[in-house]
Write a protein that binds this ligand. Structure first.
Ligand code: GUN
Length: 347
């Protein structure tokens, strides 16, 4: 256990696939190659698989090119990301490792501060404040969830909204919800990834009916706001909604992010709907080496028979979250160096 904050530069290249944990496989889309090809064979002729692994790879390549361009324009400056991890959750450690490795792959500097499970809120705030002041850091990410004794809202509010690459600061979420005002500096990564998957798969959003299943702060709520900003008519269904399937049956686009294994059924879908499955759930499966397999919040078997386009799990939304985190960090750095326009990036 680390008793004090330790800063570590992450420069290593990603390890070979065989050394990845299950969570890293999800993030890299490492096993998605096999999963995607198996799933593709299972698809009904009318349903096209949205390959998040491939799209995330394209985005990372675009980022890598822009980082090189940034270096040329600014005479060697690069984006910098700081990752704060509190506690010893294996899944969070794994996500953080993956984020740093992906940074290294595209030329983004990353550093991290790991605090022990019993760190005080004041210790966490102190680390965040130091990164707020660090001119070489353009993005700050506090890995969630944090231990229960820490007030998450207070910590997220402390992150400078200009470095809030997670897009969770109330100013960024507030800006996301308003029309005709200043754009948010950053949009939450997974919801932005969902929209990017739709756009890059040529799914029209404007004027369409969309349903978001789930209302979490991290995915459901910002996903609904983003769909609305893209001119969809949006319904959010959640644990207290009566007959959620009634709304889902009307939807041209479904984003499922309720955290309930295989919740959305094919019989609830409008034929041809585009389905983005954000869920990652471990389902017991004695035929697998690990004793389980990963499934989403949609029942893939029945949904694929009705959907027009659909993301698989793994290999759909998972790899997109980090790709967008890198994109947000690049955009933050470009703003800070005053080169957004030159790089053709969002200001
Ligand atoms: N934990 C699960 N998803 C996320 C995310 O998108 N950002 C952070 N900071 N923590 C998470």
């Amino acid at each position: 256990m680390q008793l004090s904050a330790s800063k570590k530069a992450a420069t290593a290249a990603p390890p070979p696939s065989s050394q990845l944990t299950t969570f890293e496989h999800v993030l890299y889309g490492g096993i998605a190659l096999t999963a995607a090809s198996v799933l593709k064979r299972e698809l009904s002729p009318g349903c096209e698989l949205i390959d998040g692994k491939q799209i995330a790879q394209e985005i990372r390549q675009e980022i890598k090119d822009k980082v090189e361009e940034m270096k040329t324009i600014t005479k060697g400056k690069t984006p910098g990301l700081a990752v704060v991890l509190v506690g010893e959750r294996k899944d969070s450690q794994s996500y953080v490792r993956s984020k740093k490795k992906m940074c290294a792959e595209v030329g983004i500097r990353s550093e991290g501060t790991d605090l022990p499970e019993d760190a005080t809120e004041e210790q966490v705030l102190k680390v965040v404040r130091a990164y707020n002041k660090d001119r070489n850091i353009h993005g700050i990410l506090v890995q969630l969830p944090m231990p229960k004794h820490i007030n998450e809202e207070r910590v997220l509010k402390e992150v400078s909204y200009e470095k809030d690459v997670d897009g969770f600061h109330p100013l960024n979420i507030g800006a996301l919800s308003q029309r005709g005002r200043e754009d948010p500096r950053f949009v939450p990564c997974t919801p932005r990834g969902c929209i990017e998957l739709l756009k890059r798969s040529n799914v029209e959003i404007k004027g369409k009916k969309a349903v978001v299943v789930g209302r979490s702060n991290v995915v459901g709520t910002p996903a609904a706001l983003l769909l609305q900003r893209n001119d969809a008519t949006v319904t959010v269904v959640h644990s207290r909604t009566k007959n959620p399937e009634e709304a889902i049956r009307e939807a041209d686009i479904v984003i499922a992010a309720c955290g309930v294994m295989e919740y959305v059924q094919g019989s609830w879908l409008k034929p041809g709907a585009a389905v983005i499955d954000v869920g990652i759930n471990a389902k017991d499966d004695a035929t697998k080496k690990l004793g389980y397999r990963l499934v989403g919040d949609c029942d893939f078997k029945s949904c694929k028979k009705v959907a027009g386009k659909m993301t698989p799990v793994p290999g759909g939304v998972g790899p997109m979250t980090i790709a967008i985190l890198l994109q947000n960090t690049l955009e933050g750095a470009a703003r800070s160096y005053g080169v957004s326009e030159q790089l053709g990036l969002k200001k």
